[in-house]
Design a binder for this molecule. Structure first.
Ligand SMILES: [Zn+2]
Length: 85
């Protein structure tokens, strides 16, 4: 039997990629937006490529806000941008 590779869609470039190639952006139950580096934290998540360009796109096209069902303030996107690069 073939092992199924978990695929997720990047909300920046909208490409399907292997889950392990993507970074999870997470809204915690405390309404904090963080990069989930463990992949295990609880909350609503969205996936982006390990690429600041995709984060930029995901913010610009509002894909990230839609996925997280949350407004993302500029200071949060700045922080994510820094963490990613
Ligand atoms: Zn991407």
């Amino acid at each position: 039997m073939q092992k199924k590779i978990p695929m997720r869609k990047c909300v920046g470039c909208n490409e399907m990629k292997e889950k392990k190639e993507l970074i999870r952006v997470l809204k915690t139950p405390e309404d904090e937006i963080i990069l989930d580096t463990t992949g295990r934290a609880n909350g609503r998540g969205a996936y982006i490529c390990n690429n600041p360009e995709c984060l930029k796109k995901a913010i610009k096209n509002r894909g990230l806000e839609r996925s997280l069902k949350s407004h993302i303030p500029a200071e949060v996107s700045d922080r994510l941008q820094k963490e990613l690069s």
